[in-house]
Ligand binder design. Structure first.
Ligand code: PFF
Length: 469
């Protein structure tokens, strides 16, 4: 058997794992979700989930992946065939996220070009430009295809050459741009109201759906609950320190989300733009902010959308990689064949998602494809994926096996092992169930409940049929 490919260097792994985590989730989804869910209290709950649940599940995923040196499905299946479904659910989530993520990735690419073709010249038209752009049936599709082709090129070239090189160059660039934009925003008059909105909690706005949104955001942003970090962990050499790797990736991801918030909210408040803009927030607010700044604004806006595209790309290649790794490891496909098959399915889903924003295509309970894929993954599949990884690590693996994997057979000190183990075994699964069911109950008031129930049914069906995989 050929030796399994490994990461070229420790930095390469961190950059790739952080590259997977840092993406549209941080820069597109986090600000608008915080805006829609009332700001400070949501942010605080999200931070709590990141520290207590996110970090712990990430460590569990790294350990499960590296233990068997197999990607998502294989890591579960080789332990016990009845657990195949947990990996299969991850592959399914990756496919569904790739059913809308490249649509937004395409918007981001499109905005790099829009910035240079006069978008900022008419600030009053920026919001309507966004609406007419995303509801246009054809143009966003072309950008989406361009975006997917970029993904394919990176993933076809294999793990250490493609993904690693992309991450190494592009992540530091992103960080720098966000810091520059934040400084600019914070120095505007009236900016402090934005900081207050983002960081001063008002717990009267918290209901179960806000809590579920915060949990979903934590999982989505950290790329957890679907086998990404299992897959990446499977490529990690045995002497690497899993605990510090998980901590570094968690901190980097959260820093970028907060930085994106700081880059956006103070400027929004300074310019009197309302925070609950929905998914258009980044695409409307950021160009508006830059339009008000005159000439330098164009440069800043272009850099911003280049950074957003780059961040999106290093995340979506990881999603594509989960599906590709499944076909390679489990079905014996060559890498190019696996990429062609996976991306063909994704194109079909993305076309449905993109068209649904213009009101075209099938609806389920009044919800279009884009929102269905988002709801199913963000609110249901990732949380349950995290639930299953925790149950698997806490109950299926023996405590000593897990301890040996996490501490590299005792050569690494992890003083909090006992607490982490209790979290993974008891507290995290119970918390996820509590938050998910509260959120589903609440979802019936907003109309999202039926889709969430369908999500639970899909999980049950996957559990029944995945033994054949
Ligand atoms: N974490 C990525 C982001 O924040 O954009 C998105 C993502 C990638 C979610 C991989 C889930 C995943 F498995």
């Amino acid at each position: 058997m050929a030796k399994r490919e490994n990461w070229g260097s420790k930095l390469g792994f961190i950059m790739a794992a952080a590259g997977s985590a840092v993406g549209l989730g941080n820069i597109w989804k986090f600000p608008y979700t915080a805006g829609e869910n009332g700001g400070g209290a949501f942010v605080l709950i999200y931070l709590f989930f990141v520290v207590v649940i996110g970090f712990s599940v990430m460590l569990a995923e790294f350990a499960v992946g590296r233990r068997k040196q197999l990607a998502a499905v294989g890591a579960f299946k080789s332990e016990d065939r009845r657990w195949t479904f947990a990996g299969a659910l991850g592959v399914l989530s990756a496919l569904l996220i790739m059913g809308f993520y490249p649509v937004v990735g395409g918007w981001s690419l499109a905005y790099v070009s829009k910035v240079f073709t006069g978008l900022l010249n008419a600030p009053e038209a920026i919001a309507s430009t966004f609406d007419s752009f995303i509801t246009n049936p054809l143009v966003p599709l072309m950008w989406m295809v361009a975006y997917l082709i970029l993904n394919i090129v990176i993933v076809v070239r294999g793990i250490s050459t493609g993904i690693e090189k992309a991450g190494k160059v592009l992540m530091p660039l992103l960080f720098g741009i966000l810091i520059a934009i934040s400084i600019k925003g914070l120095t505007l008059p009236g900016a402090m109201a934005g900081m207050e909105f983002l960081f001063k909690p008002d717990f009267s706005v918290v209901d179960p759906s806000v809590i579920l949104a915060a949990l979903g955001q934590a999982f989505f942003s950290l790329s957890l609950g679907m086998g990404i970090m299992i897959t990446y962990g499977s490529y990690l050499p045995k002497q690497e320190n899993l605990v510090s790797n998980a901590a570094i990736v968690t901190v980097m991801d959260t820093a970028v989300a907060l930085l994106a918030g700081i880059a956006m909210f103070p400027a929004m408040f300074a310019f009197g733009i309302a925070p609950a803009q929905g998914p258009g927030l980044v695409f409307v607010v950021v160009p508006t902010i830059f339009a008000e700044m005159g000439g330098v604004g164009t440069i800043f806006a272009a850099l911003f959308f280049i950074a957003l595209s780059v961040a999106a790309l290093t995340s979506s290649v990881s999603l594509l990689e989960v599906v590709v790794a499944y076909f390679i490891d489990e079905k014996g496909f060559s890498r190019p064949k696996a990429v062609v098959v996976s991306s063909s399915i994704m194109v079909v889903l993305c076309v449905l998602a993109s068209l649904s924003l213009g009101g075209v295509g099938p609806k389920v309970f009044g919800t279009g494809a884009f929102d269905i894929f988002d709801l199913l993954t963000d609110k249901i599949f990732l949380a349950f994926g995290g639930f299953f990884v925790s149950i698997f690590a806490g109950w299926k693996l023996s405590k000593s096996d897990l301890q040996n994997e996490v501490t590299n057979n005792g050569s690494i000190k992890f003083g909090l092992f006992g607490i982490w183990y209790a979290l993974v075994k008891y507290i995290i699964p119970l918390t996820i169930l509590w938050v998910a069911f509260g959120g589903i109950r609440d979802g019936f008031e907003s109309g999202a409940g039926p889709i969430m129930i369908i999500g639970l049914l899909i999980i049950a069906i996957t559990a029944v049929f995945s033994k054949k995989l």
